[in-house]
Design a protein around this ligand. Sequence first.
Ligand SMILES: [Mn+2]
Length: 204
Amino acid sequence: MTTAPRNAVIDRTTRETRIRGSLELDGAGRVRVDSGIGFLDHMLTALAFHAGWDLELECHGDLEVDDHHTAEDCSLAVGEALDRAIGDRAGIARFGAAHAPLDEALARTVIDLSGRPWPEIHLGLNRETLGGLACENITHVFVSLAMAARCALHVDVLRGANDHHRAEAAFKATALALRQATAITDEGLRSTKGSLGGASGTGP
Ligand SMILES: [Mn+2]
């Protein structure tokens, strides 16, 4: 049985954002997110909590510019931490698929922790913003997560009249799919190719 802790320190600084924190995949739902954007905090908290993670994340971003860099970089930081936490990707389920409803909204996420980034993000949001977060940047959060965590990430919101519900259902479905995909199976590397392009540097 794999018992090594699956975690990563988050320490990411650019001229646009400074992000600190930690990710523990096998957590107890201890989540504290302070990005400076309330709606982003709400979404990342939903993601981490329903994935079963402990996540601490604090971002000081250039919100005087707009919300873009903070949203993008927080997601990259989480994705990079996830990538490090799953290491060479051996002994995990690799695939995950989940639906999540939020009242009238219904979202579906299908994920492959393949080592190959491919975002397919279809949220169908109609509003310009939710809280202080531009809706186009919500899509960008999922794209950035897929790129940094190097996974095929297909997110489709199948229905829903309320954009807050649509977005939140998408994060919850992604959390549930990630929880499945990262689950420990101890069946070795789930790849006929023999590599999932792990963080150790072996390419797919
Ligand atoms: Mn909500």
